[in-house]
Design a protein around this ligand. Structure first.
Ligand code: F6R
Length: 362
């Protein structure tokens, strides 16, 4: 059932190329350069839209942070992200010109359902992005967009993160296109990045053994920091969440620029720093932050664009040119790193203590 893998988590990490193909299957028309997600949102509703509010928890929240940037980059629309547990409609919103997008793998997370119900009561249209057909999120939202990742058994979300981001990327293209905001060059590039992503993810998966060696070499770290900018920031946050969940080590992710505003005080030779320096993520500036931690003796594990400087680091992994989706390929290295650190400590990876796959209490 685990397909020869020791844990569901590792199996699901390796299922990503397939999951990503399924996510876009039948939804992209490469000739017309269009996306069809079969949603009931009308042209006039999308045209008049003031704001898209994305709500979610945990890993799905990180996917929303990525999705917000895609929406704001492609479609000329304001997008905000809130933890579902903290969501309020907010003041000054016209409900008829607002869309709330609830992202939930399980479709059963109580906090997310609460936020969606609150929006609905206010008269706001809701879109659920979920992996689970027939889930409460899918049933209660005005529209459902299925990420089509296949079942995810491991408590730590892996393949569904990438599929959520890809679904939000297609949604961003669709919204931009309908509103007449889509820059044809940017749209074409993202569509081609979506097609190339499974191959790039496979390329990272093929280095599984190397990542294991690196993870084992650094597993003794006192704490682990993850940094990235722009599109790589949500991936840094996600990398830290994965590591803390399954290895029980202290891990923190933050925007690379925030390092010097506090966390740098914690950086020593005993705190490995994982830096995501992909294109579109202002890698040159992150390189400066990497130098800051290196000068304090911290070991750096860099995930960089192949076209950039992966070779400049003691430990480096490269990702091929994928435009705005490069951090998604980088994330695979972080998932494998977390997995192998946890595995080297013999943690119960598929069932970490205190956690449940679907959190049905607020
Ligand atoms: C992290 C993880 C959790 C979930 C969160 C939301 O690996 O699994 O943080 O992402 O509980 O769950 P869903 O997406 O089902 O709403």
């Amino acid at each position: 059932e685990k397909g020869g893998y020791e844990h569901y988590m590792l199996k699901e990490i390796h299922e990503q190329p397939q999951a990503l193909r399924q996510a876009v299957a039948g939804r992209i028309d490469p000739i017309e350069e269009r996306v069809d997600l079969d949603l009931s949102l009308s042209r006039s509703f999308l045209d008049d839209l003031d704001e898209i509010q994305l709500v979610a928890c945990g890993t799905s929240y990180h996917a929303c942070l990525y999705g917000k940037q895609l929406l704001e980059t492609l479609a000329d629309v304001r997008a905000t992200v809130e933890y579902a547990s903290e969501y309020t409609v907010g003041s000054g919103r016209d409900p008829s010109r607002t869309l709330v997008v609830g992202v939930s793998q399980s479709g059963e997370t109580a906090d997310t359902l609460r936020a969606l119900r609150m929006a609905k009561r206010t008269g706001i249209r809701t879109l659920g992005v979920t992996n689970t057909v027939g889930s409460t999120v899918a049933r209660e939202c005005d529209d459902a967009l299925y990420i089509q990742a296949g079942p995810e058994i491991g408590v730590a979300a892996t393949k569904t993160f990438a599929s959520q981001v890809v679904s939000l990327a297609m949604f961003a293209i669709d919204v931009a296109d309908v509103r007449g905001d889509l820059d044809p060059v940017a749209g074409r590039e993202l569509l081609s990045n979506l097609q190339d992503l499974p191959g790039a993810v496979q390329q990272a998966l093929d280095r599984d053994e190397e990542v294991r060696e690196v993870a084992e070499a650094y597993a003794g770290g006192e704490a682990f920091f993850f940094i990235g900018r722009r599109f790589a920031n949500p991936v840094a946050l996600e990398g830290a969440l994965k590591l803390k969940e399954i290895s029980y080590d202290h891990a923190e992710g933050f925007p690379a620029g925030e390092l010097k505003h506090g966390p740098l005080a914690l950086v020593t030779e005993a705190t490995p720093v994982l830096a995501v320096l992909t294109d579109g993520a202002r890698p040159e500036e992150t390189r400066n932050n990497v130098k800051e931690v290196q000068s304090r003796g911290a070991p750096v594990i860099a995930i960089a664009s192949e076209s950039g400087h992966e070779g400049d680091y003691e430990v480096g992994f490269g990702v091929p040119d994928l435009g705005l989706l490069e951090p998604l390929a980088a994330n695979v290295y972080l998932q494998l790193f977390a997995y192998y650190v946890a595995d080297s400590k013999a943690r119960p990876i598929d069932r970490p203590r205190n956690l449940a796959k679907s959190v049905t209490v607020e």
